[in-house]
Design a protein around this ligand. Structure first.
Ligand code: PLP
Ligand code: COI
Length: 340
């Protein structure tokens, strides 16, 4: 039985659900793991995650399809990305097939919290891992916990599909040769001041430029950029210091194979941005959130798509991607994982 939740008015917040998956790593091996009821985590006051932020996470969603199935979108790519992240953070990899199984099992165990088709909400899935034993010298932990919880969510930005206003940030997100390309908790900790400051000044997000030259577009705190040129091409920034968004990689395929668009994945100079017709933020949480205006220290870039609606090409991309995710449009082989 679906829970009694006002699905259509959900924001992007945490709602505790019934079950979560937990597996512990000790003496060089992961245990078999289990679904448990207790949402609380207990660990040493000196745990590596608490002292040195040795933690990483992933994010994906489960959807109810029109014909009532529960599915999720490309969980194998989240498993792969978490493996890459763990290697960079000197954490043990949770085997990729077990990651996908843990996602499936956790969603199944919380099936009553998967929002109905057409409600505008989805079940957000948060796999994560942290170093749990006491570490006081700077070194990796020996013991870890891998967990997966779920929470029903609505749109990441208030107003849903309404265009947002963002600003060019004076803070950097990621250094060259740093950790911008992995999903480490530390990338988000250091973005908190920038996001609070942006919100205080009325902006929904920060546009980060490359730290070395401050001339190239990187990404926002939680999403990659897509731009549409005046002649209808999809342009999306390429950089070693941004997160390889699964949504963005999927949109590149959707644009080319479903919509017949030309796709350019390349360095994007900030100077070019004023010439684009449409701009959007893409990610699991953001889906595609249209950007209407970018403020650059008092100079405004207003996209021709305006502040009322998503631009027409962004809308086509949005409809096709979400159509695939919710089972209305046939997906490329291997993109949809059936859960129930
Ligand atoms: N960039 C950052 C910094 C993110 O946190 C996210 C969210 O996961 C993304 C991009 C979008 O990635 P994905 O499409 O895989 O969710
Ligand atoms: C996601 O889109 O899954 C993320 O992790 C982004 C985060 C800012 C919520």
């Amino acid at each position: 039985m679906s829970k009694n939740i006002d699905w259509s008015n959900l924001g992007f917040g945490y709602i505790e659900t019934d079950k979560r998956f937990v597996s512990n790593y000790k003496d060089g091996a992961w245990d078999e793991g289990a679904l448990i009821d207790d949402p609380m985590v207990t660990m040493s006051e000196c745990a590596c995650v608490l002292q040195y932020a040795q933690t990483c996470f992933e994010g994906l969603k489960a959807y109810t399809t029109e014909d009532g199935r529960i599915v999720c979108f490309r969980p194998d790519l989240n498993a792969q990305r978490m493996a890459d992240t763990c290697k960079r953070l000197e954490m043990p990899v949770f085997p990729e097939d077990r990651f996908v199984q843990a996602v499936v099992d956790t969603v199944k165990a919380n099936a009553d919290y998967v929002p109905p088709f057409g409600s505008g909400a989805t079940l957000y899935i948060r796999p994560y891992m942290f170093g749990s034993n006491a570490v006081i010298g700077v070194k990796p932990a020996d013991e870890y916990q891998f967990r997966v919880f779920t929470t029903p969510v609505g749109p990441y930005f208030k107003g849903g599909a309404k265009p947002i206003v963002i600003r060019v940030s004076d803070f950097d997100r990621a250094a060259p040769h740093g950790t911008g390309h992995i999903k480490a908790g530390l990338n988000y900790a250091m973005s908190l001041h920038a996001i609070v400051d942006a919100h205080d000044k009325g902006y929904a997000e920060n546009m980060y430029l490359d730290a070395a030259t401050r001339t190239k577009v990187e990404e926002t705190g939680g999403a990659n950029f897509i731009f549409i040129t005046k002649d209808g091409k999809l342009v999306t920034p390429k950089s070693d210091s941004i997160l390889p968004s699964i949504t963005r990689r999927s949109l590149m395929v959707v644009a080319e194979k479903y919509l017949g668009m030309t796709v350019e994945h390349r360095e994007v100079y900030f100077d070019e941005v004023k010439d684009f017709a449409e701009c959007g933020l893409c990610g699991t949480a953001a889906v595609i959130s249209p950007v209407g205006r970018i403020d650059d220290h008092g100079k405004e870039i207003c996209f021709p798509s305006g502040m009322d609606d998503m631009g027409p090409v962004t809308k086509k991309l949005y409809d096709t991607l979400t159509g695939i995710q919710m089972g209305k449009i046939e997906a490329p082989e291997g993109w949809i994982k059936e859960i129930k």
